[in-house]
Ligand binder design. Sequence first.
Ligand SMILES: *[C@@H]1O[C@H](CO)[C@@H](O)[C@H](O)[C@H]1NC(C)=O
Ligand SMILES: *[C@@H]1O[C@H](CO)[C@@H](O)[C@H](O)[C@H]1NC(C)=O
Ligand SMILES: *[C@@H]1O[C@H](CO)[C@@H](O)[C@H](O)[C@H]1NC(C)=O
Length: 484
Amino acid sequence: MVRRSAWFWIMAFLHLCHLSLSNSATPPPPVLPVPSASQLHWQRREVIMFFHFGMNTFTDAEWGTGAESPSLFNPTGLNANQWMDAAEAAGASLAILTAKHHDGFCLWPSQYTDHSVAKSPWKGGKGDVVGEFANAARSRGIDVGLYLSPWDRHEKTYGREKEYNEFYMAQLHELLTKYGSISEIWFDGAKGEGATEMNYHFRDWFEMVKQLQSSINIFSNAGPDIRWVGDESGSAGDPCWSTINRSLLRIGDASLLSYLKTGDPQGADWVPAECDVSIRPGWFWHKNETAKSVSQLLEIYYNSVGRNCVLLLNVPPNTTGLVSGDDTQRLKDFRAAISRIFSNDLATGSAATASSEWGGPGGGFAAANVLDSDDQTFWAADGSDQQGAHWIELALPAAKKSFNVVRIQEAIALGQRIMEHEVYADDVLVAQGMTVGHKRLHRLTTSVTAARVKIRITKSRGTPLLSAIGLHYDPSVDGPGEFN
Ligand SMILES: *[C@@H]1O[C@H](CO)[C@@H](O)[C@H](O)[C@H]1NC(C)=O
Ligand SMILES: *[C@@H]1O[C@H](CO)[C@@H](O)[C@H](O)[C@H]1NC(C)=O
Ligand SMILES: *[C@@H]1O[C@H](CO)[C@@H](O)[C@H](O)[C@H]1NC(C)=O
């Protein structure tokens, strides 16, 4: 018998440890740029809610003039908890309020102007809509966002650059210090006609926003964290890159709409797109308007969330200070339709194979990771593969069921990569598109029954990483009118 020293056994043990460690490969390196933690968190919200409420609600207008009397603002039954029923019905985890619109009337008692709830009959001038909104949201686990219009048609200093920028900065400071954590702040570049000389000091404003709220996302049509998608119909482009060159963007520059819509595969900055759209024709409540149908809302969902965007859906409270019961019901039906389509994944139980797996078998990046409903795990193709030759295939369970929606998701924490892709059912091309990003939904024109579904990534930046593939059934494809 050979006697082994303690040293030998320690080395043997370490060797075994090393073997089991090397069993899982190091992940593929990121492809820059990558999202910040706040941007990733925002992207996973998918549907968020906008509430347009203010002076315009009482004057039946979309844009006020600033000459409205605060005495008109009197929502006798305002209940922000009821607004959150609407947000919850839609499955929204973030709600954004118009703290001030272009007419300059403030929904909180700002120290810097008299043109606010403090001069209104509502609650004897002691009310604070922003405060009630923030409390109601938080009590339901919903995060808070705010919009403070840079254009102010009431404020006398408007047009005097130094004074007005200081005034705006002071109001921004109030909103970002009095109401706890704010997850998103919304800016637009509206400045009106007579006052086109007004130069907004966005750089200073943004700097202060980040100093006061370090994990906030700033939205504008130039970012820096979230960009406008370039339309108000809830429809993103294909491609829709989360990457873009921020240096080319200008707030309020209408010539950039198509660049905003598609993003830029060479973009140096991660600035994902948000699709803002109202459930009704207008942004504010009007007695003569009604909510879009569930099938219209679903179409918007496919064209926004299904194209790598977050959907910011506006629901306007009425003059009572409540969201119309019909609108809340519509949101419930919309969410029920989404659940009906996506809660059942016909890919479950499939066997997944791929052109290659990063780190080889047992490397931790297997094709099967797209089926585990964990978005931290993903399939990674091996980097040594030829560009355009990557594919992943699902062999579906024997009991074949028809599907008409294909869901594909990239592991975007390591960068957005897919430039072009195709979907095959039993070798027949059923869908193709450019970008994928956080979520790509292909709604097919007819239902398909197949034994195998293959996704070919025909062009990508670096090796593709997919965190999920799902196959779903949308009953409205076969039966239009299923969701009305
Ligand atoms: C964006 O920036 C990258 C890198 O600086 C550059 O290669 C690309 O051409 C730019 N895109 C546009 C549209 O100018
Ligand atoms: C409803 O009324 C408002 C205000 O009077 C008006 O601006 C809007 O165009 C009307 N909407 C429809 C759909 O007719
Ligand atoms: C506002 O909506 C609530 C809830 O549906 C309703 O009770 C109230 O009558 C509505 N107010 C107006 C002015 O339509």
